[in-house]
Ligand binder design. Structure first.
Ligand SMILES: [Zn+2]
Length: 134
């Protein structure tokens, strides 16, 4: 109870989370572009984001034209993260902008597990060599 993570991202490549509360938001493999401009500076385009609330859709004038977007906020701490494109150029539709200043790389627990695996791999490797000799 009180555990608010809806989804926990397990990605070998890594994951991004809310800069404030570290709630998982997006996996590195869903990152499509670095070259976007957000309201606070640099922003990233993702094909998939989790654990967010969406505001009401609105038309917003941007450098590339008027797009229908909805603001994205962290489901847990309500921090404004970026927006989702609802109607825009085809390649952006249904995708998400996360402001670089509002997200951070989060630990997804895989690095620790990999260390444990490599230590047990060391033993199984020598076992294999033994059985090849026989
Ligand atoms: Zn948050």
């Amino acid at each position: 109870m009180g555990y608010t993570y809806r989804r926990y991202i397990r990605s070998e490549a890594g994951a991004f989370g809310c800069v404030k509360c570290k709630t998982h938001l997006a996996a590195l493999e869903h990152l499509e572009s670095h070259a976007f401009q957000g309201q606070t500076g640099r922003a990233l385009l993702f094909s998939n984001v989790v654990n967010y609330n969406l505001s009401k859709a609105e038309d917003r004038g941007m450098t590339t034209g008027v797009h229908t977007v909805a603001d994205l906020q962290c489901r847990r701490c309500k921090l404004q993260l970026g927006w989702k494109y609802l109607f825009a150029q085809k390649y952006k539709e249904g995708k998400y902008i996360l402001e670089k200043a509002r997200i951070t790389k989060v630990d997804n627990g895989l690095s620790k597990r990999r260390m444990e695996m490599s230590s047990s791999n060391g033993t199984s490797n020598s076992d294999e060599q033994d059985s090849e000799d026989e």
